[in-house]
Design a protein around this ligand. Structure first.
Ligand SMILES: Nc1ncnc2c1ncn2[C@@H]1O[C@H](COP(=O)(O)OP(=O)(O)OP(=O)(O)O)[C@@H](O)[C@H]1O
Ligand SMILES: [Mg+2]
Ligand SMILES: [Zn+2]
Length: 486
């Protein structure tokens, strides 16, 4: 296959075009009734058929053998237009050629009769990108167009077109293609191409294309190139970097169960796999909607609350679009949402009870028993009024206190959070004093190895050293030897 799919399968007649029923009807009727306007605006999203449709219109108006408002696609004129060699059909891309010169050329030539065909057709893509000067020149041409000239102005940005142009053209609105239609189209083309692929896989591609047939074909091609054997849903997810469904569901569970450890773990995994948070959220939302439609396990467990979660995640998605601090906003966002979700019990199994017990004791060991009112106040302040980065950094720390020394322990994979805390120990100290009236010292520590992996004795020594030299010592674990180098 040498030609890319979406070019190979460019529709050649109105009826071959998927969707856009109203556009097809209007144009076919105009052709049959000889009432074609002299200027159309084709407005609508990318990859929904505007250029294809403009060419079909150009063909049928120049075809030597049109039938029922469609071009024959066999005569010389039709073939030449398809190959882009027909003198009387001029395509211009205003995105790459915004200049006045091109438009002047058009203006100077419109009055000549067509060289070969019946109609001169000018197709200007993305014409909202033209410069003001060029727009004005175009407007002059539109004011008194000769009868043998047709303009098709395509745009994905109708709101950027001046009123003076709009009022001189007939506007046809191209719509996004529905997922079902995209699916059917993909199915047809995979059959023609001999691509073996499951319906499930095609379905996810249709969703991913968000209404653009061009995108859907480009994705199909990508999947075909990298996949092997019969292409499955899992393969498509992998190739497109879609988060496995399992992780999405785990995330939803962790949100409802307010399982902070798991939430942070998922964040880490996204970072490590270089996944955009936005994509992750979007996929979670899609997964939630799907769960509701199909009444899946998640739905049986959390019921209508899935809607609340989807709703909150949609807002978070919007916030993320407008910030450079994506990690912080993402983390704070999911924690906040999780906090406000109703805690709904799952049908509890024995295994889960066991798990809960271990989690609880674990928390008791590391945090709960040494819960410091002052620290809680500090966290609240940071979260509500202060430095969110720092708040998140505190959330990741195992906090313990010896005398006036507060140790913030960071485990493997939390280097970033350690660094944030470490660079702000003065700020922490000042805030603590202001909120609690007490002088303390903060000592962030980063352990290359998981604390659990270190011999218990070493951990004790580490903590001891820290309590003796608060805030002055940096401990790094090097090599695999048991001994610490300080
Ligand atoms: N309505 C459609 N029916 C069938 N195929 C389509 C349709 N829309 C797009 N395609 C497929 O996508 C390809 C590109 O479509 P086309 O160039 O017509 O889109 P466009 O709307 O002009 O997009 P852009 O705004 O990016 O220029 C076509 O060659 C075809 O394979
Ligand atoms: Mg186009
Ligand atoms: Zn023809």
């Amino acid at each position: 296959m040498s030609e890319v799919l979406y070019r190979k399968y460019r529709p050649k007649t109105f009826s071959e075009m998927v969707g856009q029923e109203h556009v097809k009807r209007i144009l076919k009727n105009a052709v049959k009734n000889n009432s074609v306007a002299h200027a159309y605006i084709f407005s609508g999203p990318r990859g929904t058929g505007k250029t294809s449709c403009a060419r079909i219109l150009a063909k049928v108006l120049n075809c030597s053998n049109p039938h029922d408002g469609e071009p024959c696609n066999k005569c010389e004129n039709c073939l030449e237009i398809d190959s882009g060699n027909f003198m009387d059909v001029v395509e211009m891309d205003a995105a790459s050629n915004r200049g006045i010169d091109e438009i002047r050329k058009i203006r100077d030539r419109v009055s000549y009769l067509p060289a070969k065909g019946k109609m001169k057709v000018y197709i200007i893509d993305e014409f909202h990108m033209l410069t003001r000067e060029a727009f004005n020149a175009l407007l002059k041409t539109l004011e008194e167009p000769p009868p043998h000239v047709l303009f098709v102005l395509a745009t994905t940005n109708l709101e950027r077109v001046p009123e003076t142009i709009l009022s001189r053209c007939q506007i046809l609105d191209f719509k996004l293609i529905s997922n079902d239609l995209v699916f059917e189209h993909l199915k047809k083309i995979s059959k023609l191409e001999g691509i073996e692929i499951t319906d499930e896989a095609l379905k996810i591609i249709s969703e991913k294309a968000s209404g653009s047939l061009r995108d859907s074909l480009a994705i199909l091609e990508q999947v075909q190139r990298y996949g092997s054997g019969k292409i499955t849903l899992e393969q498509v997810r992998e190739i497109l970097g879609i988060v496995p469904k399992e992780l999405l569901e785990k995330f939803v569970e962790a949100m409802f169960e307010k399982d902070l450890d798991l939430l942070f773990e998922i964040v880490q995994r996204l970072i490590m796999e270089n996944k955009a948070f936005e994509t992750f959220i979007l996929e979670t939302i899609e997964n939630l909607l799907f769960s509701m439609k199909e009444k899946s396990d998640l739905y049986r467990r959390y019921g209508e609350s899935l809607i609340d979660l989807a709703d909150e995640l949609t807002k978070l998605l919007r916030d993320l679009k407008y910030t450079d601090e994506k990690l912080t906003i993402f983390e704070v966002g999911i924690l906040q949402i999780s906090k406000n979700l109703p805690k709904l019990g799952s049908p509890v199994t024995e295994k889960e009870i066991q798990k809960e017990i271990t989690v609880e004791t674990k928390n008791k060991d590391s945090r709960e028993t040494e819960k410091d009112e002052g620290i809680e106040k500090l966290k609240d302040y940071l979260k509500n009024e202060g430095d969110l980065d720092l708040w998140v950094a505190l959330m990741y720390a195992d906090i313990s206190r010896q005398g006036s020394n507060i140790v913030l322990e960071y485990k493997k994979d939390h280097k970033l959070h350690f660094e944030i805390a470490d660079s702000k120990i003065e700020e922490l100290k000042l805030l603590y004093k202001r909120l609690n009236g007490e002088d303390v010292v903060f000592s962030p520590v980063y352990l290359e190895k998981k604390v659990d992996d270190l011999p218990e004795e070493s951990v004790k020594i580490l903590k001891k050293v820290l309590s003796i030299f608060p805030g002055k010592v940096r401990i790094e674990k090097r090599g695999d030897k048991d001994g610490e180098e300080i």
